[in-house]
Design a protein around this ligand. Structure first.
Ligand code: HEM
Length: 582
């Protein structure tokens, strides 16, 4: 290079660098003092760049960081140049229920098979068409018909636990992930996967691994350019290949179910026929002999579960019809233009539900049991209630009876308050036309937000508001029980006060999200939590394994929560006589 060319490059560098610094300064001054969001409280470094909040996201501590901001700055905080978070009931209703803002691009990192499913469909109008396709699957009346599938998988897990050597520490994150998958697969497709059986043989089910890997794949995939991602996936390492292929493994599994179901529907001929599919995977014989029952009595059934729900008025609206799994519903669903859902949509929708339901269930159940290992007082109360409702350790009460167990319900509410599996920011976008919000600018807690602003709240903070939940960090199921229930002579005034207190707490609870885009599988999640908790606690006492402690269970988050140690090792001690174990 000639001396002249070198001096020219030097000159450009000398001029460009200060220009860049100046540009950054002007931008920072604009964002801090002249931007429409500049009056919103928050740290100045968050207002000028997204780097600060991103660093906390990468450190897996976004929930706690945002919560600390609310404590310092109040209920509305600017956390990035274009992002505002709030912790307020009225604002929550306005964003998620009244105006039903569209979701932000964040959700696109959860695409399955490179396609949208309900959770990743951002515009509200398109989303509501999608939701209609599956919503009827998760109604209480349909879930009541699926109790045998749920009970069967759960009792299979109980039998497996009884059969394991005593004192074996078990990672419940893995155990419940396999169980949740068994339940979701059998209730969605009528297919017995047997993931828990394989888990007991230490032969990890590829599908379960794929589901566990899927969120990590999403984060990696979206943070590197496509060429770099393709390169990573060529590295000859078996574990890495599994992670890269997790989307493909899930898609292959679901596609097979779709083709099988199509074949059955075609064989059925009638255009509206939506049959319950046959069991297509072999069921282990030891399992059939212990076929569980949902029961209203103490007798243990030796044949497939009677439909306790047929005598259960709250779930009887649809009882005369045959039960139907989710897949045939999706295949029969027609979009408003009269066309059926393309197979690619059906596959991505099913994958979305497997991903949404598996880790959330295993995380919640693991944290619930971990809490019980620290709180023998709560464990004893729960077990007293469960023992009374479930004399036979293999006969799970039916939904209506589970729902009427007061202490269990209080425990689950408190569990979801402190250990809800997805307590993170649920991002929405202020729309670009004011007609979508009734004509004026959107005003959040006194601040006008321009179109395109990303607004959100997080369950983590809504559930820890000390004005609503006194001693908010203490696990206290009793807070959900009306005080007048324990005293005979509560005055009407006292009852009203108590009811208002309970209603206020309930309104602040958003473990499943809020408004129109609330968790699609919420009813199933409630049922699974109840079924699994009564089955486990009726059969076992739980103890933390050595090494499982506050530090290992400290909560990290990346949309869902998980323990710092990435495992939750517990020991299950049988409570039932050996003769009743299998
Ligand atoms: C305790 C367990 C669960 C928790 C805490 C939970 C929580 C959530 C949350 C917070 C959302 C996001 C709402 C939003 O983005 O605004 C969500 C969405 C969703 N969940 Fe769950 N979930 C659980 C279990 C399940 C189960 C078992 C299924 C189904 C098998 C399921 C299916 C879905 C679906 C389909 C969506 C997308 C909803 C939509 O945008 O239409 N979830 N869940």
């Amino acid at each position: 290079m000639s001396i002249m060319a070198m001096s020219l490059s030097y000159l450009i560098l000398v001029l460009a660098l200060p220009a860049l610094v100046l540009l950054f300064l002007f931008r920072a001054i604009h964002l801090l003092f002249f931007h429409p969001l500049s009056s919103i409280p928050g740290p100045w470094y968050a207002a000028v760049s997204s780097l600060w909040i991103t660093s906390h996201v990468l450190r897996l501590e976004q929930c706690k960081t945002i919560h600390a901001l609310f404590e310092t700055y109040g209920p509305v905080v600017r956390i990035a140049p274009n992002k505002v978070v709030f912790c307020d009931l009225g604002a929550m209703k306005s964003v998620y229920s009244t105006w039903k803002f569209d979701k932000s691009d964040y959700y696109k990192s959860l695409l399955t098979n490179d396609n949208d499913h309900a959770m990743t469909t951002l515009p509200h109008a398109q989303y509501s068409i999608r939701r209609k396709a599956y919503a009827s699957h998760y109604t209480p009346s349909n879930l009541a018909k699926l109790q045998p599938e749920i009970g069967e998988a759960t009792i299979q897990m109980i039998d497996t636990l009884h059969a394991l050597p005593a004192q074996t520490p078990l990672d419940t994150l893995s155990l419940f992930r396999h169980l949740a998958l068994d339940i979701i697969v059998s209730s969605s497709y009528g297919f017995r996967l047997g993931a828990v059986s394989k888990w007991a043989l230490e032969a990890e089910e590829a599908l379960t691994m794929a589901i566990a890997d899927f969120p990590k794949r999403g984060i990696l995939r979206s943070s590197v350019p496509t060429w770099a991602w393709n390169l990573v996936c060529k590295i000859p390492n078996a574990r890495l290949r599994l992670l890269c292929d997790s989307d493909k493994i899930m898609a292959e599994f679901v596609s097979t179910r779709v083709y099988e179901m199509r074949a059955q529907l075609n064989a059925n001929k009638g255009p509206d026929a939506v049959p319950a599919p046959a069991i297509v995977a072999p069921t282990p014989s030891h399992f059939l002999s212990a076929f569980p029952t949902f029961s209203r009595s103490s007798s243990r059934a030796s044949s497939p579960a009677p439909s306790c729900s047929s005598e259960d008025s709250s779930f009887s609206e649809d009882m005369s019809t045959e039960k139907s799994y989710m897949l045939p519903r999706l295949l029969a669903y027609r979009y408003p233009n009269g066309e059926t859902m393309p197979e690619s949509h059906v596959i991505s929708e099913c994958m979305g539900h497997m991903v949404a339901g598996t880790d959330t269930m295993s995380l919640s159940l693991s944290y619930f049991l971990w809490e019980l290992t620290r709180r023998p007082d709560i464990l004893r109360k729960l077990q007293a209630e469960i023992d009374g409702a479930m004399p036979d350790p293999k006969a799970i009460p039916c939904i209506k009876d589970l729902n009427s167990m007061e202490y269990l319900n209080a425990f689950i509410k408190e569990g979801l308050r402190l250990y809800g599996a997805a307590p993170s920011l649920l991002e929405r976008v202020v729309p670009d036309t004011t007609s979508k919000i009734g004509g004026d600018d959107f005003v959040l807690l006194g601040y006008a937000l321009p179109p395109g602003t990303i607004v959100s709240t997080q369950a983590w903070s809504m559930h820890r508001d000390p004005a609503v939940f006194p001693s908010s960090e203490t696990f206290l199921p009793e807070r959900w029980l009306p005080s007048y229930a324990s005293s005979q002579d509560g005055s009407d005034e006292e009852k009203e006060r108590e009811e208002a207190r309970l209603a206020r707490m309930a309104a602040h609870m958003i473990p499943f999200g809020a408004g129109s885009r609330i968790c699609g599988g919420m009813n199933l999640a409630h049922l699974i939590m109840r079924v699994v908790l009564v089955a486990v606690l009726r059969n076992f006492d739980v103890e933390a394994a050595p090494g499982t402690d506050e530090k290992s269970m400290d909560i990290r988050d990346s949309f869902v929560i998980f323990p710092a140690a990435m495992e939750c090792k517990l020991i299950f001690h049988s409570r039932v006589p050996a003769s009743a174990e299998i």
